[in-house]
Write a protein that binds this ligand. Structure first.
Ligand code: BGC
Length: 255
């Protein structure tokens, strides 16, 4: 699983699953570009970790929910490394609000950060990949909730359902260019997005009990799948989602 010399952009790369993806791709030899909005310190610390692995890294100030900022991220990557081989659309947020109580501002924020950024991240990366030739990989970090309701987190589910169809449609459209588009659907992962659950022992126990493997995933367990999907070994996968969910989507009490 060697990514030596490949160039990868990872949106939302300085925390949670994104951070683990950055480190795993770097371990496999990729040079990395990450965006940051509010957390330059975390980004600098991560840049040092990537450099220590012997790879090149840039951090670009960019709000990936804005197309102009995404364009700046792609342009800066090409300026620094000459190309883009792998685009990981990972940035994501959730509000844990229901259809009855989600405000317009919450809806717009979730859809812009999760879905709009993945759509235009796919578009801009694909345009660059076509320009440079040789195909590429686009990996959309979705969720089990692209296909499975999470009551009380409606806008999030909508955004992930949109990513599901982005992966499928863009995968078909971009296949003639050798650009493979694959979704990754994690279940519950021990990252900041799940802090409220992890800090509540009763809730955490309930969640663990709903997972056939009996525990949340470590971010590294998602990152290893992403590294595989970016590698030569995944050359025949496109327009589909791979789930790494400990079996949660198929959990049945057997009653
Ligand atoms: C959500 C978490 C949830 C998990 C499992 C993730 O996509 O971000 O809030 O716990 O799915 O349902």
């Amino acid at each position: 699983m060697n990514l030596k010399g490949k160039v990868a952009i990872v949106t939302g790369g300085n925390s949670g699953i994104g951070l683990a993806i950055v480190l795993e791709l770097a371990r496999q030899g990729a040079n990395i570009a990450i965006d940051y909005v509010a957390n330059p310190d975390a980004t600098e610390a991560l840049e040092k970790q990537v450099s220590a692995l012997g790879d090149l890294v840039i951090g670009v100030e960019a709000d990936v929910s804005k197309v102009a900022d995404l364009q700046r991220l792609v342009t800066a990557t090409v300026q620094a490394f000459g190309r883009v081989d792998v685009m990981v659309n990972n940035a994501g947020v959730e509000t844990r609000t229901s259809v009855l109580d989600t405000s317009e501002a919450q809806y717009d924020k979730v859809l812009a950060i999760n879905l709009k950024s993945a759509f235009f991240g796919t578009q801009l990366a694909a345009q660059q990949m076509i320009k440079q030739g040789g195909g590429g990989r686009i990996i959309n970090i979705s969720s089990v909730h692209e296909d499975w309701p999470m009551p009380g987190n409606t806008a999030y589910c909508l955004s992930k359902g949109g990513m599901r169809m982005l992966t499928r449609t863009a995968g078909v459209e971009l296949a003639p260019h050798g650009i493979l588009v694959v979704g990754v659907g994690p279940g519950a992962v021990a990252t900041p997005i799940n802090t409220s659950t992890m800090n509540d022992p009763a809730l955490l126990q309930k969640l663990d009990a709903a997972i056939p493997l009996g525990r949340m995933a470590r971010p590294e367990e998602i990152a290893s799948l992403v590294a595989f999907l970016a590698s030569d070994g995944a050359s025949y996968m496109t327009a589909t989602t791979i789930f790494a969910d400990g079996g949660i989507m198929h959990c049945s009490p057997g009653l």
